[in-house]
Design a protein. Structure first.
Lengths: 216, 216
DNA sequence: CATGCCTAGGTGTGATCACAAAGCTGCGGC
DNA sequence: GCCGCAGCTTTGTGATCACACCTAGGCATG
């Protein structure tokens, strides 16, 4: 009825706002696997029409954040064990490379920020807050990888995180962790020492651990 | 006006048909870099309304096949040299792994099919047909990687091919090739010999070659 | 009591329209 | 001659609607 379209308005189009909101929810594990999302339901929830909702969902489906049945129903993905292991293998391939590329540019300020994030991560563990745990964990990795100056590679890694989002929630609430990820300290140590092979190993161990023994 | 929506109709919804058509065109290098695509233009070209076109384009943008300006204009991407090198590095990381996983399942029938594809590739070279060259080249790789039983990894590799599509066209028409890619024979030889390290090397060399010295 | 039909609600899809912003053309002023 | 601005055109965005399909649930029939 009234205004729409505001490319210069701060930054966001409606479909883009929806996309970012839903993407964050999926990646941080705020949604369980197998949850159905309907166009009209989301449209009503955000007070918009179906059109921008469709675009946001289509975009998320394209990235693998959501899955779509043959009839067009959109749900959060329920991954098979094979798929989870494959995604873990992709992380094990990409993320050591990203870390290695970030290493030469990892100065003290960065390591300090990583330690701060790691502290917040430990707090999330203490509070048994799965979503905060996943969020701070991913933030730790993204903050490091941003230094790699490899946007396409980072984007692919984030896509993988997206696909794992709902599963991570189910996983981390199942095997209630009582301690922060041990490999983060190894990563920090390797960064300080400038130890490239050690860094690759630590990152690989970190992203693999937890996803390896799932026994769905 | 009349019927729409046909989930059971053979297979395709309109937006899906558009998506596949455009995706193929981009991946095979049928479009030059920097070409603008308008919603109404494509809608008219395919005789449909803007709605399904928007979904198809949004999907392709999400996969990096097309890029979108701040104002929402959609064009084929013009990649910087840094971006091209990064994408080549991703290929060099992913594809040897895919080949390695395919190796144990690469029986004679597969190798024979690869040789057939390679012959078609050589014909494309002889005809100076850039699109056919790119198509058969990608088909060679995809046929091999399909045996890896790693759909997520293959999907990522295809996304990278997509992003390189328009650039590949510009590249291969520039440095007019007069012989088929030399490493394909090495890949076939390594497959026959069951030589895993040799296969990794050959694949890495194949995907890197050509993209390395671009000097845009 | 079981089984089949059939109606009603819900869902995705595609067309159409109103609107605002961006791009473009050409005219005028400096 | 060059710059700038006004107006028109083009373009993307979002809302709304009609329609086909799918799913349940109830009712009648065997």
């Amino acid at each position: 009825m009234l205004l729409q379209t505001r490319p210069s308005d701060s930054v966001l189009a409606v479909h883009d706002r929806l996309y970012r909101t839903l993407r964050t929810q999926v990646m941080h594990g705020e949604l369980d696997p197998g949850v159905a999302l309907t166009l009209r339901g989301i449209a009503k929830r955000f007070g918009v029409s179906m059109t921008p909702v469709r675009e946001a969902l289509r975009r998320l489906v394209a990235e693998g954040a959501l899955s779509m049945s043959a009839s067009g129903r959109v749900t959060t993905p329920e991954l098979s064990n094979e798929r989870i292991e494959e995604l873990a293998a992709i992380r094990a391939l990409l993320e050591p490379e990203l870390a290695s590329r970030a290493l030469p540019r990892a100065h003290f300020a960065l390591i300090e920020r990583l330690q701060t994030i790691n502290t917040a991560n430990a707090e999330a563990v203490a509070k048994q807050d799965a979503v905060a745990y996943i969020r701070t964990n991913l933030e730790f990795h993204r903050t490091l990888y941003l230094r790699a100056q490899a946007p396409a590679m980072l984007a692919i890694a984030e896509t993988v995180w997206l696909q794992l989002g709902p599963t991570m929630r189910a996983l981390y609430t199942r095997l209630r962790r009582n301690e922060p990820p041990p490999h983060h300290r190894m990563i920090l140590a390797a960064l300080k020492a400038g130890d490239e092979p050690g860094l690759r190993l630590a990152v690989r161990a970190d992203v693999t651990q937890g996803l390896r023994h799932l026994a769905g």
